[in-house]
Ligand binder design. Structure first.
Ligand code: 2AM
Length: 490
């Protein structure tokens, strides 16, 4: 009997996704370059109740064990390993067969592979998969893009293995070309923003509010019962409760404050710059990761600046703040900051969609992020509805419902950021979000002065608010004349 689908690349994500597919009743063939992982996966399938999963040690046997038209998911490291795996497998593939890359791939690599596959009569999908190990096994959020035919061939599998939420499975055909990978990339950028904002909330509560880990656990658990309900808030509450098995106190305090990263956040910020889309909250999260990496420099700087007179440790004076009110303010600041961050991510998607002709449906993307993925959250349903109300929404902030919420929360938001600034606690994500909000909502910005400067030194011209056309002024000549008149020397 032939398998319905194949999966190559049996590291953590691959193994779990394969078991998920098998568990849903689709016979699956699996393959890995190193055969030990094939045996391991087969053993897991057997121990989980004899799932219909069949291991293969040769790429040829693997490919030939799948029914045509074949669909093969590959989950290997992004970049060259994907090309090598495609090379290995495509020797045995036939026209009409499809390759589905489930890795965090750069979208342009997917677009190149789509062209190469198409030259051989093969179909290709670049599919974002989010949810980590647990998501892959029990229901991820899936973001497939590329060949619609390839999607149709496995739609019944994808809708079964994806996370299920009240309005359907967390999967949709995202768009053509590298759209699926691009959307996954922006998802990860938004994830960077969420994590940064949560860490800032933690920092303010801990340093300014003096909350203990137990109080933090309680606070986050409480938040998870309200508008902030989300996977990241939930796991954060859990984290504060985990004790250190090697010593006193909680593990969180023993973890080195250096954040790792794999590149999707950087790509998001690079793309934002390429597309002239402001994404300051996401950029601030990336910068914070870079600065976190400079542990030794930061320790040295703390010492130098302390010697120079700054006090970086004693915030006791701020401990007089009303804890209960601070907690409530931080909750609101976090929520408002998050909306701005999502607004940036969504606008990045909208801009790329226009450039590439992907016709991305932002409401539908918010929907498939409601379950399975790392940024899953209750408020994504509200984002979905905002885009359903107005598909061409310029910015989430100006959706009537979100606008109201931002206004309701802005006083608390300003208090938190103000307090943090006063205490010397950096909150780059919250500050970036607030500045984004305050910039976007202002009908008039000081950009007139920048235009005047540009015209002054570079004759770049400017427009006027009161008449059409572009203008240039001989600024220095006039200024000199003016000075001559008042006796000021240049
Ligand atoms: P391996 O077990 O043989 O190393 C994550 O590293 C996954 O990507 C693993 O399944 C790994 O296979 C696979 N992988 C990495 N580089 C590869 C390559 N060049 N060809 C095939 N698989 C590769």
């Amino acid at each position: 009997m032939l398998s319905r689908i194949g999966l190559a690349g049996l590291a953590v994500m691959g193994q779990n996704l394969a078991l998920n597919i098998a568990e849903k009743g689709f016979p699956i063939s699996v393959y890995n370059r190193t055969v030990a992982k094939v045996d391991e996966t087969v053993a897991r399938a057997a121990s989980e109740g004899g799932l219909p999963l069949f291991g293969h040690r040769s790429p040829q046997d693997f490919v030939l064990s799948i029914s045509r038209p074949r669909s093969i998911v590959i989950l290997v490291k992004a970049g060259a390993p994907v090309d090598q795996t495609i090379d290995t497998l495509s020797r045995y593939l036939e026209p009409g067969d499809a390759i589905i890359d489930g890795g965090n791939e750069w979208y342009e690599n997917t677009e190149r592979r789509i062209r190469e596959a198409s030259a051989r009569g093969l179909l290709y999908l670049g599919m974002g998969v989010s949810g980590g190990e647990d998501g892959a096994r029990n229901g991820p959020s899936l973001m497939p893009g590329g060949s619609h035919q390839a999607y149709d061939n496995i739609e019944n599998i994808l809708t079964r293995i994806a996370a299920q939420v009240d309005d359907g499975p967390c999967v949709t055909f995202v768009g053509e070309g590298g759209a699926g990978n691009f959307v996954k990339m922006v998802h990860n950028g938004i994830e960077y923003g969420d994590m940064q904002l949560i860490s800032e909330a933690y920092d303010v509560l801990r340093i300014v509010g003096g909350l203990s880990n137990a109080e933090l656990a309680e606070t986050f658990a409480e938040w998870n019962r309200g508008e902030l309900e989300s996977f990241l808030i939930e796991i954060t509450a859990d984290i504060f409760g985990v004790r250190d098995e090697h010593g006193d106190g909680e593990l969180v305090d023993k973890i080195l404050d250096k954040t790792g990263m794999k590149g999707t956040g950087k790509w998001t910020v690079q793309q934002a710059a390429e597309l002239s889309i402001a994404a300051p909250t996401i950029a601030a999260s990336l910068d914070s990761r870079y600065l976190s990496g400079l542990k030794e420099e930061r320790e040295a700087a703390a010492k130098t600046l302390e010697q120079a007179g700054i006090s970086s440790a004693d915030f006791a004076t701020f401990r007089s703040v009303d804890k209960k009110r601070l907690i409530d303010d931080v909750r609101q600041a976090l929520y408002a900051s998050k909306i701005c961050s999502y607004a940036q991510g969504m606008n990045l998607l909208k801009s790329k969609s226009a450039e590439k002709g992907w016709n991305l449906n932002l409401g539908e993307l918010a929907r498939i992020w409601k379950g399975g993925c790392i940024i899953r959250a209750r408020f994504l349903d509200r984002i979905k509805k905002a885009y359903e109300r107005n598909r061409g929404l310029a910015n989430l902030i100006v959706d009537p419902e979100f606008a109201k919420e931002m206004v309701q929360r802005q006083a608390a938001w300003r208090r938190v950021v103000g307090l943090a600034i006063e205490a010397g606690i950096s909150t780059p994500g919250m500050c970036a979000s607030l500045a984004y909000f305050d910039t976007y909502r202002r009908a008039r910005l000081p950009a007139n002065l920048v235009q005047a400067q540009r015209d002054y030194f570079g004759a770049h011209t400017y427009e006027r608010v009161d008449r059409p056309g572009s203008f240039h002024t001989e600024w220095s000549k006039i200024a000199r004349q003016g000075r001559a008149g008042t006796g000021i020397r240049s």
